[in-house]
Ligand binder design. Structure first.
Ligand code: NDP
Length: 451
């Protein structure tokens, strides 16, 4: 059995009930195979065994009182996975599907993603099984305050710097940062994704979506292609999806879809700037459902279906796909349908939205496939830029931040290409991203000795 198989088998034995974590570990270890022969020092130092085990995993009770006066109890998590190259960094997810395995998968992916950005950030992730949907602002505030009442003792600007993710946007960051500031009595920028008025960065809300489109543009350019006149499918309707729509449209693409957990809309006329404004108000202010878009603009609505179901069942033509909702949304059959319907490029705005079988379909069919840890790294990269601005105590202009983000995405693309070539898998962005992200962290871990 190879060294990496042994590592995987051990993880499987220890964490048989964490399928998402096992999936992420398997994918990474598979692509690290060529590093074993080239770096015997990593094997000797036990790097592969160590990197799959978090530095620490915290779980805590989050009690809060709802609007009816009832006591509610949720579970909070923070997994501080690896701080070899910088303070732990990664978002907080509030969604009923959150459990320790989901947070470990996200924290593990974050190690390599953060390394790829070339900024000094380690990997971490956290969250809760709290569902903000349908809750009043008061309930969300009381939950966030209770969550922070425990989390504050584990984080710090040089220790661990959380941010947003599914279910955690500007409102939640505001409540959590406000409470942290009150109990710690320091305004040290410990969360990113803050509003401009209290230390946020311009372009942070846009960064993940813009970054995914910049990454796709780099991939397309390797085949002399671009977004102009292309039909674009985007899933989700949240932060990542919204700004993916904006940038893909600015570059000349026609975005025809969005979804939420209730259903999918297909608008063959395209989602233009005016319609996007409606989505932002619908989702970020009124917190309504995507069906309202179909009612207002006469678009098709498919209740209970994902975009990928609709593309498969209706034979919708798509050139570029941006899965931007959640993990494992694209399965093998969806991937085959995308290939058959003419898709040439998939750039993952979400984390691990394609199952391993779907990834295989994309790679076997020579689709330009940008895995999440590379394609959606623009979000955390701009969080890194927010940390830099907080430390410098100044703010860069929109153009300056956007230019840096664009430069970082181009560099990530180049690192993936270079690593995929150096390790014998040219053009394979999955292998390239995993290897390039891993090498830097592994070298730092080796330098520290056994800690
Ligand atoms: P949001 O909460 O802003 O939006 C998520 C969107 O996806 C919502 O429209 C939600 O619909 C939909 N969605 C979530 N789960 C499901 C599901 N099971 N089925 C169908 N639709 C679903 O989250 P973000 O946009 O921030 O995050 C989206 C993805 O991008 C996640 O994978 C996240 O980890 C990843 N990501 C986010 C970054 C960021 O900066 N925000 C950075 C890097 C990656 P509904 O409202 O009905 O639940």
């Amino acid at each position: 059995m190879s060294v990496l198989n042994e590592v995987y088998e051990k993880v499987k034995q220890r964490d048989p009930n964490q399928p998402e974590f096992l999936q992420a570990v398997q994918e990474v270890l598979e692509s690290l195979e060529p590093t074993v022969a080239k770096h015997p020092e990593f094997v000797k130092a036990g790097i592969y065994e160590r990197i799959v085990e978090p530095d620490r995993a915290l779980q805590f009770r989050v009690p809060w009182v709802d609007d009816k006066g009832n006591v509610q109890i949720n579970r909070g998590f923070r997994v501080q996975f690896n701080n070899a190259i910088g303070p732990y960094k990664g978002g907080l997810r509030f969604h009923p599907s959150v459990n320790l395995g989901v947070i470990k998968f996200l924290g593990f992916e974050q190690i390599f993603k953060n390394s790829l950005t070339s900024l000094p950030m380690g990997g971490g992730k956290g969250g809760s099984d709290f569902d903000p949907k349908g809750k009043s602002d008061g309930e969300v505030m009381r939950f966030c305050q209770s969550f922070m009442r425990e989390l504050f003792r584990h984080i710090g600007q040089f220790t661990d710097v959380p941010a947003g993710d599914i279910g955690v946007g500007g409102r939640e960051i505001g409540y959590m940062y406000g409470y942290y500031k009150k109990i710690v009595n320091e305004h040290d920028g410990v969360l990113t994704g803050k509003a401009l008025e209290y230390g946020g960065s311009l372009v942070r809300p846009e960064a993940t979506g813009y970054g995914a489109v910049y990454f796709a543009a780099e991939m397309l350019a390797t085949r002399n292609l671009d977004h102009k006149g292309k039909i674009v499918a985007v899933s989700g309707a949240g932060n990542v999806a919204q700004y993916t729509v904006e940038k893909a449209t600015q570059l000349g693409g026609k975005v025809i879809s969005l979804c939420d957990s209730d259903g999918t809309i297909i608008d063959e006329k395209g989602i233009d700037a005016e319609k996007l404004k409606f989505i932002l108000e619908l989702k970020n202010v009124r917190r309504g459902r995507i069906k309202e878009y179909a009612d207002k603009y006469g678009a098709q609505y498919f209740p209970g279906k994902s975009i990928w179901d609709v593309i498969k069942e209706q034979g919708v033509k798509v050139d570029i796909a941006y899965p931007s909702a959640t993990q494992n949304e694209i399965n093998e059959a969806h991937a085959q349908a995308l290939v058959q319907n003419g898709c040439v490029c998939v750039s993952e705005g979400a984390n691990m939205p394609s199952t391993p079988e779907a990834v295989e379909v994309f790679i076997n069919n020579k689709i330009l496939f940008g895995p999440g840890k590379a394609a959606n790294a623009g979000g955390v990269a701009t969080s890194g830029l927010e940390m830099s601005q907080n430390s410098l105590r100044l703010s860069w202009t929109r153009e300056e931040v956007d230019q840096r983000l664009h430069g970082i995405m181009k560099n990530i693309h180049k690192s993936c290409i270079d690593a995929s070539e150096a390790y014998g898998m040219p053009g394979n962005y999955v292998a390239g991203a995993n290897i390039a992200g891993f090498i830097k962290v592994a070298k730092a871990m080796t330098a520290y000795g056994i800690v």
